[in-house]
Design a protein around this ligand. Structure first.
Ligand code: SPD
Length: 288
């Protein structure tokens, strides 16, 4: 999808067949980058009120004003639920925000990072340094390639795997299917945890149900954690989690002050509360 048409009279318009009949707009001051890579259209915009914004194929991936909510939760919920995460794998998230959050954990020794589109990394390093600073840590090993293929090569290597995908349309689609989750499970060490971008409980119920069913079949424990974030569709997004041992809905150990002091969204209370779902969602997932 070419997104030139989505900019009109100084406004960026996001629409997508995955949330039909609905649109979201941000006022923009300047197009900073606007080009197609081998895989997708990449756009970086200076918005008037929400800092810089990254869009892939016309879909908002982040704004500087609220990205912390998503990156902190997708990283810290699985990492704090695990008693001692040392080896971590991240699939997708070429902006570097998830890496930035993982690097706050002193127990983590290595971070394998696999991203299909090298251009997203390059553009983020140029325009989004507050996220791409995540790449500066020496524990990170960057692999450019297909995340699914990368996972299939790995057996019992990781304590935590985080999948920071775009939506199930375009290059991210394969990351929402059962064979990928089977690969994730095989790549985890005993007691490992997987956390994947889990879409909105309001807008993508078929997708949330499918991921919940897959994780229920494959993992010992399974959960869905909900995040408030104004610039994602419907103002919310979820994390789909599977565990080969640890409880998912609370930190395994007290959260160190030295990490808590750096965060803006995550707290142990938010961690637990994010698994408490509205009645319709609880009923929907209980029927599985
Ligand atoms: N509907 C947009 C979902 C985007 C999820 N990935 C964002 C990447 C930020 N690191």
């Amino acid at each position: 999808m070419e997104n030139q048409d989505q900019i009109k009279d100084g406004w960026f318009f996001e629409t997508c067949p995955l949330w039909p009949g609905m649109g979201f707009s941000l006022e923009i001051e300047k197009i900073l980058y606007h080009k197609k890579s081998r895989f997708q259209h990449i756009g970086v915009y200076q918005t008037r009120h929400h800092g810089k914004m990254l869009a892939l194929d016309g879909i908002i991936q982040l704004t500087e004003s609220d990205e912390f909510a998503y990156q902190e939760m997708l990283a810290h919920v699985p990492l704090f639920a695990h008693p001692r995460p040392e080896q971590v794998l991240v699939i997708g998230g070429g902006d570097g925000g998830i890496l930035r959050e993982i690097c706050r954990h002193g127990s983590v020794k290595t971070i394998d990072f696999c991203e299909i589109d090298e251009e997203v990394i390059r553009v983020s390093k140029e325009f989004l340094p507050s996220l791409a600073c995540g790449f500066d840590d020496p524990r990170i090993r960057v692999h450019i390639g297909d995340g699914h293929a990368f996972v299939l090569e790995k057996k019992k290597e990781y304590d935590v795997i985080i999948v920071d995908s775009s939506d199930p349309i375009g290059p991210g689609d394969v990351l929402f299917k059962k064979p990928f989750y089977e690969g994730l499970k095989a790549a985890l060490k005993p007691g490992g945890i997987v956390a994947t971008q889990g879409e909105s409980i309001f807008l993508h119920q078929e997708c949330v149900l499918r991921l919940a069913k897959i994780t229920k079949e494959l993992f010992i424990k399974q959960g869905y954690s909900c995040i408030m974030i104004p610039t994602y569709p419907g103002g919310n997004i979820g994390i789909c989690l599977g565990s080969l041992g640890p409880d998912l809905n609370k930190p395994a150990e007290p959260v160190p002050d030295q990490i808590q002091d750096q965060l803006k969204y995550y707290t142990p209370e938010i961690h637990a509360a994010s698994f408490v779902l509205p009645h319709f969602a609880k009923q929907m997932l209980a029927r599985l």
